[in-house]
Design a protein around this ligand. Sequence first.
Ligand code: GLN
Length: 445
Amino acid sequence: AHLDSVQALEPTLHSFISVTADQALAQAQQIDEKIAAGDEIGPLAGIPVGIKDNLCTRGIRTTCASKFLEHFVPPYESTATQRLAEAGAICIGKTNLDEFAMGSSTENSAFQLTANPWDPARVPGGSSGGSAAAVASGECAIALGSDTGGSIRQPAAFCGVVGLKPTYGLVSRYGLVAFASSLDQIGPFGRTVEDAAILLQAVAGHDPKDSTSLKVEIPDYTQCFKPSLKGRRIGVIQETLGEGIDPAVETAVAAAVKQLQELGAEVKTISCPQFRYGVSAYYIIAPSEASANLARYDGVKYGLRSEQSSLLSMYAKTRAEGFGPEVKRRIMIGTYALSAGYYDAYYLKAQKVRTLIKQDFERAFGEVDVLVSPTAPTTAFKAGDVDDPLSLYLLDLMTIPVNLAGLPGMSLPCGFDASGLPIGLQLIGNVLREDLLFEVGHAYE
Ligand code: GLN
């Protein structure tokens, strides 16, 4: 049934770069056989999932929406997708994204534009726009994305679904094509908080193949739902409301906060004064890490190779032809910020700002259990409407601080604007308090 939806909707949506119908049907067949034989089946048995195309899938093309990796077939499987397969989930395809996950609208994909299911003239958000659109439209039940500066939460908000970026280190990054390694996290999309919780449950937990993976007990996330929020302290981040925020977004978030109060939560306003420096620090740190990570695409080790007479000109031509404009911009910014003489002024300074933002959160979590903000300052915009990179970067102001501090953040739907476009509410928790995000989110939805 989901493959039928994919077939019917793809000509409009373009959520998927690859659809793996044959493998999916074969896997479904195997699960049927297991059931018939009375064998044990996993908690996600038969559930169709979409996988962002920057997660390596053995034998299945993994492109990162880049011309560079257009024909790259990984010889190994990412831990997250491996765990999904072990849980019985069926991968129905690889979803579209901004090239190497750099962007906020999926318009930076080298292959296709993904449409927002609520209005195909609009973007689905990004960079995990394909996963968000596929879940919102019913092409798949759940999906995995990655979030370096908002790439799960913002598309979830634009497409009216639930999306969660876990605590840094909760989900193994093994097999996730690296963008900015100190910020990248894999996380779930679902149409409900419960679906997102079930998906996170399947992929979370220690993995010796990722040295930043946390060795912690994973709670049963589906056991943290409660009907009332009595005793919970919720803080509204003052700096994320007011100037620059779409009034419809502000109204919807205010209504959501009121509802949280009616559910029994104690609500107060919290100031995070360093928040406004998040975007500036991120757009030094993320491109710096990206410039180092993307050095591996040299025409020798992976993907594209443009033939040239000398080694140096082969490197240059391959990179010139393989990367799109946004990726090149990030490599240039990162290389500049890391170069001798500029390192202290830019990279080191940005790392200090990162610490200050972290301290804002530490203070806040001394007073409240969960922080609340809009996920994005606007609803989904029309494709082509935000075309200068700086304006796009500025739209990340609410999601980025969460990555800089390594905290869990979730976006869930909290209403619509006058054009009927979904609005996202962001919940932020302290380190490893995904359970609280699920508790509050589930009580609210
Ligand atoms: N929009 C941000 C960027 O372009 C975030 C991307 C992401 O989280 N992968 O870098």
